[in-house]
Design a protein around this ligand. Structure first.
Ligand SMILES: [Zn+2]
Length: 373
């Protein structure tokens, strides 16, 4: 039976289920190695978005704050049952400050309705939640770091994702990152370390999360109730949390493998309800794989699907066009028209033979699915 999230919350790639690193077996070795070897008060955890870098960062914070004596925790891992561990799980530990963009509060288990720290600027409820970590959040967090410890001798600031720091907030963080007051520790998680200010990167010890091995990732997905997990794992680009999000959004292996033929058939109805960025990303994967099979290589995302080779020059031009469109996908002038235009273009890239395997029901995938080919 699949385990369920402890509380309802975001079901994105970093949803609550994925926030418990103890349940993500591919992170275990790196976690114990990091706890044994860390030498800096600031760690920068990086990896592909769907492998659980936020879960990893939170596991570090939980281990640092755990109140069970280290002698009873040979690998320094959080015990998982002391008062401190429970408070971290409840996101109410007084010595842990989670700094995330307003738009991600629900996804990381914070109350999505509360304004973020230092966000009390009388903003309208209707305003779109911010995707940035704002300077006020950093200033409030620094104020927190200068107070005496509430419970533990250590305080932790966790920033996720660090690339959401804008230039002003990153600069506001720098001095505290360099000379933290007392026993303040930082953990920054990111899927895009190269986009951070070099001065932020240079103040942190880098921890790079490996891409999971297939076998434990497949076993884990099977344990979450995912049927034919190897198909969705490949579809996600080997990012298990993304594969789980696809499953939770209602996209199963058969629907994924039927997708190339439905695109080729110009089956617009199959993509009703899809968000534009999600469609573009999926078409990018399809284009990528058709290019591979066109040069005689094995597909990466659609292994097992019927993929027809095409003209390499045309497919390359299509890939470039999809890349261009992906930059504007969040602000389409008309999402419905854009979706139809994209599918018409995809159909014109060369039809796959229609087979009975393509089912007639719509492909469901309503949830947030983030991965990049
Ligand atoms: Zn504990």
């Amino acid at each position: 039976m699949a385990s369920k999230p402890d509380k309802p919350g975001g079901d994105g790639a970093e949803g609550r289920l994925g926030l418990d690193a103890a349940r993500l077996p591919w992170l275990a070795d790196t976690l114990t190695r990091t706890l044994a070897s860390q030498r800096s008060h600031a760690l920068l955890v990086s990896g592909p978005s769907g492998v659980g870098q936020m879960a990893f960062a939170l596991a570090l914070a939980k281990s640092w704050l755990c109140e069970t004596p280290l002698a009873d925790r040979p690998q320094r891992l959080a015990c998982g049952h002391c008062g401190s561990c429970h408070l971290v799980d409840e996101r109410s530990h007084p010595d842990l400050r989670l700094i995330v963009p307003e738009a991600l509060r629900g996804e990381v288990g914070l109350d999505a309705d509360e304004p973020g720290e230092g966000d009390g600027e009388g903003k309208s409820k209707k305003a779109k939640p911010s995707q940035e970590i704002k300077v006020d959040q950093i200033r409030t967090a620094i104020g927190f770091s200068e107070l005496t410890a509430g419970r533990a001798s250590t305080k932790v600031m966790l920033l996720h994702p660090a690339e959401a720091l804008n230039t002003i907030s990153a600069n506001a963080l720098l001095k505290t990152l360099e000379e933290p007051p007392g026993a303040l520790r930082f953990v920054l998680s990111t899927s895009s370390p190269q986009s951070l200010l070099p001065t932020i990167r240079s103040r942190c010890q880098a921890i790079v999360l490996p891409r999971p091995e297939a076998a434990p990732a497949i076993a884990w997905l099977a344990g979450q109730g995912v049927d034919r997990p190897e198909v969705l794992l490949a579809a996600s680009g080997e990012q298990p949390l993304v594969a789980l999000a696809m499953h939770q959004a209602g996209l199963d292996a058969a629907a994924w493998l039927a997708l190339p033929e439905r695109v080729a058939a110009g089956d617009v109805a199959a993509f009703g309800g899809w968000a534009l960025p999600q469609l573009i990303e999926t078409l990018q994967k399809l284009c990528h794989d058709r290019l591979l099979v066109s040069v005689g290589a094995a597909p990466r995302y659609f292994a097992g699907a019927r993929l027809v080779p095409g003209d390499v020059a045309r497919l390359t031009a299509w890939a470039a066009d999809l890349r261009r469109q992906s930059r504007h996908a969040d602000h389409p002038y008309n999402a419905g028209l854009a979706l139809e235009a994209l599918l018409a273009q995809a159909r014109d890239m060369g039809a796959a033979p229609r087979s009975d395997a393509a089912s007639a029901r719509p492909l469901r995938a309503g949830g947030p699915i983030h991965s990049r080919p």
